[in-house]
Design a protein around this ligand. Sequence first.
Ligand code: TTP
Ligand code: MG
Length: 377
Amino acid sequence: MPTIEEPSLRVAHLDADAFYVSIELNRHPELRGKPVVVSGSGPRAVVTTASYEARRYGVGSAIPASQARRLCPHAVFLPPDFATYREVSARMMGIVRAHVQRVEVVGLDEAYLDLAGLLSPRAAMRRLLIDIRRATGLTCSVGIGPNKLVAKVASDAEKPAGFVVLDREQACARFAGSPPGLIPGIGPKTAARLSALGLSTLAAVATAPEQMLIERFGPRQGPDLRRRARFESGAEVGAARKVVSESRERTFDRDLHDERELRDALARMAGELCESLSAHQRHGRTIGIKVRLDDFTTVTRARTLPEPTADAATVTEVALGLLADYAPPRPVRLLGVRVAGLARAGEPGQPAVSRGASGAHELAAPAPDAGQLALPV
Ligand code: TTP
Ligand code: MG
């Protein structure tokens, strides 16, 4: 039977299963089948990820490690090793790119793939999964659909090792009774407002009168909610996103007020960051700091240099200068440093990302605490 191209299967979303834990299990095979949690050990550490065995006890990403220990005392707790996770991620994405031309990497373990033009998208994805498994030991879940929205929700629907293929109508039918928060872009606040209007399923939002949604959510968000609930999405799979910044951050076990302690911590992180940048032959023009105070006020400041750098002394000096200019008015809970506008050494620096372009800037909204473990960027 000749294979015909299926226009309804244009996009895949790929997401590794229990990414950090799976990498740890590759080097500790004796832990397979056990509840395993990757988290720091300080009093403010949070869980980065948990094996599916641990998830049965209610242990999941972002809960405090102390709570995870109460929920599942017999779980094995491992410290994170971000350098290895980044390295495995790079290998995984390299394999993806070898199979599919247009890839949009959206996280360490997650990417959208443009399948347009492939004669047999399903078979192509199966082959890709085999290659990823062979090279990295990772299993992934895949969603395939006509657009990014369907693909993303489908990849999450049958984790781990899911392989879910849906056209738009099938997605609408399958998730009709699911809460609107299932859809990326419908956050908890919007979901709560929808629910207060009696719209607590995707089917209800999809069939709600557009005028009503416009009145409640405005002329842009109202129709957008309805479109999303119908799994309509026009967003194209973007070209591969470049790594534009790298950062290090740390939540302290106790809040720090002493200027010297803060300077030491920042200098140490700047040193580590520059070591990593140099190892990857990257340099950047915009240097930023992030400070979270004990009341969770979060402030970022950045400065853009004329030339890109990965020099520890330069980055440290700029970061310390930004910290001195800000002069945290309260004890500090978290401190971070970032180099952005990255390019390969030898290439001109990218134009500074918008944040740093005009020099210092501030972001004062309280942000959720990332705990001791920053998501590596
Ligand atoms: P996810 O893909 O969200 O989670 P996962 O791969 O662990 O599990 P699954 O996809 O099977 O549901 O995130 C990828 C990695 O990012 C995860 O292994 C650890 C890290 N991470 C955090 O550090 N903190 C978080 O809050 C989340 C959600 C993820
Ligand atoms: Mg994942």
